[in-house]
Design a protein around this ligand. Structure first.
Ligand code: 2M8
Length: 483
């Protein structure tokens, strides 16, 4: 595939208020209203739940995506969404993947606060005593979200000192990832639980997970099956392994230097978001009159490490690196052969070598991902992979956040027409599926829970982009003489 337009940096596009606006059509207005209804319904007073049933607390990367959409509805709420999350940051800089809402009954979600025991078990790592959180993390989308939220309403952001308050916390968060999570010593952040890269049940984790002794089936009670179909959700065996890994980390005080981390993987999606957010931190530093170069340098070093450690010229995409031996004779430090959509997300990095960009664009449209050819939306896993399943959670379905990120990456690297087409499909699927958690990549049919937070938020964001973009490509009707 060749790039279809001049590269556009989505972060330097005109801020919404100064951009030319097309009056949105009736269909866009209706979709916008529905998306706003979801975001208003999922708001709890200080943050937004992904879904009241399946995920009734605050999730880390969900909140970042939600803030990106919420900024079009209420910039103030979007700021508070991120402030609430960052208010639960630990002393060592980690931003926990769940911030629990004490008003929600304990049994509503598993693993619940009494499993994580953050205040007691995480004391040495600086877990806040007054809040209940998990002890693992999720991808660092937050600085990118903070920058986009600021740009939606720079005046209220400045008045509230939003950037000045979140900047040191975001710096500490990135510092945690760079200093404590570089378990491979090659300059990338490693994830230590399959929930950390956010693509929990990816077939890429099957190998690294196989060496984990699962927690006994009767030792925990899943809450997810009350809300989701068993055929769509992870198996009990996988859950047993998730529980074992989290319990072991907890029992080592969530201290990365002490925990054995039998699951330790460098994920290209996680690190691509680290790069994008480090670039956003540079912009935030500049806006605050501070020093952006340190962030630019880290972004460049991370980009180099991504290419050096995770690029596979044979696959034409990035792969994960398993930092541990598999117990069946495979040594530590091997690339995991499975093709996850995470391996295309480094398109979010502006400084990639052109040959890598070209190969990624080809792979996205080729037989493994079928973008613009066999599927409507980018699947989460290789269409040709033996483990591909269009319905089971992260093993093939299309997710709205991943597609939104890809849309952004395509635009960044000059594939504007492909990005426009993808945005249309995202909006169509969001509307037709009632803001589903994920969809069948071939048909767009909704799966998982509905009225899902980031689906509504990112649809709102794309609608706002469409309204800004339209004058360039769609001629406006001539104004009536008398108006
Ligand atoms: C899913 O993960 C949670 C655990 O964190 C779960 O299955 O219970 C994933 O899709 C994850 O990426 C997402 O952040 C979370 C909440 O939407 O749900």
């Amino acid at each position: 595939m060749t790039s279809s337009a001049v590269a556009v940096d989505p972060d330097t596009e005109p801020a919404p208020p100064s951009a030319p606006a097309r009056p949105p059509g009736q269909a866009d207005l209706a979709l916008r209203r529905s998306a706003c209804r979801v975001l208003i319904g999922n708001w709890t007073g200080h943050s937004t739940v992904p879904s009241h049933g399946l995920y009734p607390h605050q999730w880390s990367w969900d909140s970042a995506f939600i803030a990106i959409g919420l900024r079009h509805l209420s910039p103030l709420r979007a700021q508070r969404e991120l402030e609430t999350l960052l208010g639960a940051q630990w002393g060592d800089g980690r931003v926990p993947h769940i911030v629990f809402n004490r008003a929600v009954p304990l049994g509503a979600y598993f693993p619940s606060p009494d499993f994580w025991r953050s205040g007691a078990a995480g004391a040495a790592a600086g877990a806040p005593a007054a809040l209940e959180t998990s002890g693992i993390v999720q991808p660092p989308v937050h600085a990118l979200a903070a920058w986009l939220v600021h740009r939606a309403d720079p005046a209220s952001s400045a008045r509230r000192g939003f950037l000045a308050r979140v900047y040191p916390r975001l710096v500490a968060w990135h510092g945690y990832l760079a200093d404590r999570r570089d378990l491979g010593g090659g300059g990338l952040a490693a994830v230590v639980h399959p929930w950390e890269p956010g693509m929990d049940n990816s077939p890429c984790w099957d190998g690294p997970l196989a060496r984990i002794e699962p927690a006994a089936a009767g030792s925990f009670r899943r809450a997810d099956l009350v809300h989701g179909a068993a055929a769509d959700r992870p198996t009990d065996l996988d859950y047993g392994r998730y529980v074992r890994l989290a319990a072991e980390y907890r029992d080592h005080g969530y201290r990365d230097a002490a925990a054995p981390h039998p699951f330790a993987v460098e994920d290209p999606g996680f690190n691509a978001l680290f790069v994008a957010s480090e670039h956003a931190l540079a912009r935030i530093a500049q806006a605050l009159g501070g020093e952006p170069d340190v962030h630019r340098e880290r972004a460049a070093a991370l980009t180099d490490a991504l290419v050096e450690r995770l690029w596979s010229p044979e696959a034409g995409q990035f792969l994960s690196r398993d930092l541990r031996a598999d117990g069946a004779g495979r040594p530590a430090g091997q690339l995991v052969p499975g093709r996850s959509a995470a391996g295309l997300l480094p398109l979010l990095a502006p400084g990639l070598p052109p040959a890598v960009v070209e190969a990624l664009l080809e792979t996205a449209q080729g037989p493994h991902f079928g973008l613009g050819t066999t599927v409507r939306l980018l699947p989460s896993y290789d269409l040709r992979g033996a483990a591909f399943d269009p319905h089971r959670y992260w093993r093939g379905p299309a997710w709205f956040n991943v597609n939104w990120l890809l849309e952004r990456g395509l635009r960044l690297h000059g594939a504007g027409q492909r990005a426009d087409a993808l945005a249309e499909e995202i909006l169509r699927a969001a509307e037709n599926s009632r803001f589903a958690e994920y969809v069948d990549p071939y048909t767009g049919a909704g799966r998982g829970t509905r009225d899902f937070g980031w689906t509504a938020a990112l649809a709102l964001d794309l609608l706002a982009r469409r309204a800004r973009q339209a004058p360039a490509s769609v001629p406006l009707p001539a104004p009536r003489k008398d108006s």
